[in-house]
Unconditional design. Structure first.
Length: 222
């Protein structure tokens, strides 16, 4: 606060001057905090994309700011994800096991991208009406499989259940195709850097608030 401004306030209305200063401070804090939260949200979304985890998971990062209207010295923002468990798994790196205590089914490249009802592909959503029944193949000392039999190669490079009675009888041109690898657990490698992104994004908060205050002060003096 400069001497000139202080003297002007003393000569004028000090109470009004202090109210104006408080108003500037409240607006500067609110803009700084809310702006930094927006920047953090976008940085966390970019981290998910950089980790190769896709747009859908990146958009699970959201933020809410308070107060929703007006300004306050106690302004706050909450940056959070709607996919907390998945984000934590890829941020820390962790072992994933089947929730049923048996095998974890991992789709092979030959498996369809989506299951029945356009749900995530899994043995329970696997479209057996298109490919036939899944069959368990135990591999001693290796990775067991869920496969489908009597598949013919399609022109698009995939597979489909053969409907040819002659081919089904002879087996000519038909294949047994693995659809899932079965493993006791899978290790998710660390792909995210949530703590580092947070530190980088929040390190400039004080500077943002100061710049907002200076900008608002200049506008008031015009």
């Amino acid at each position: 606060m400069s001497r000139t401004r202080l003297e002007a306030a003393l000569e004028g209305n000090l109470e009004q001057y202090m109210r104006e200063e408080l108003d500037l401070a409240e607006r500067a804090v609110t803009r700084g905090v809310h702006g930094r939260a927006t920047a953090l949200k976008h940085a966390l979304r970019a981290d998910v994309i950089a980790g190769g985890l896709g747009q859908r998971l990146s958009k699970s990062w959201r933020h809410e700011s308070y107060p929703r209207n007006g300004a306050s010295l106690g302004a706050a923002s909450l940056v959070f994800t709607k996919a907390d468990k998945l984000i934590r798994a890829f941020d820390e790196g962790s072992d994933v096991k089947s929730s049923e205590g048996f095998f974890l089914a991992i789709p092979t490249p030959s498996a369809p991208k989506l299951g029945m009802g356009r749900k995530r592909i899994s043995p329970s959503t696997f479209p057996e009406h298109r490919f036939g029944r899944l069959r368990f193949v135990y591999v001693k000392g290796g990775t067991s499989l869920l496969v489908v039999d009597n598949q013919r190669a399609t022109k698009k490079g995939g597979y489909a259940l053969s409907k040819s009675k002659r081919a089904l009888a002879s087996g000519t041109g038909l294949h047994t195709v693995p659809m899932f690898w079965l493993v006791p657990r899978a290790r998710l490698r660390k792909r995210l850097n949530v703590e580092r992104v947070e530190r980088a994004a929040l390190s400039g908060l004080a500077g943002d608030i100061d710049r907002e205050f200076q900008t608002l002060s200049r506008r008031r003096l015009r």
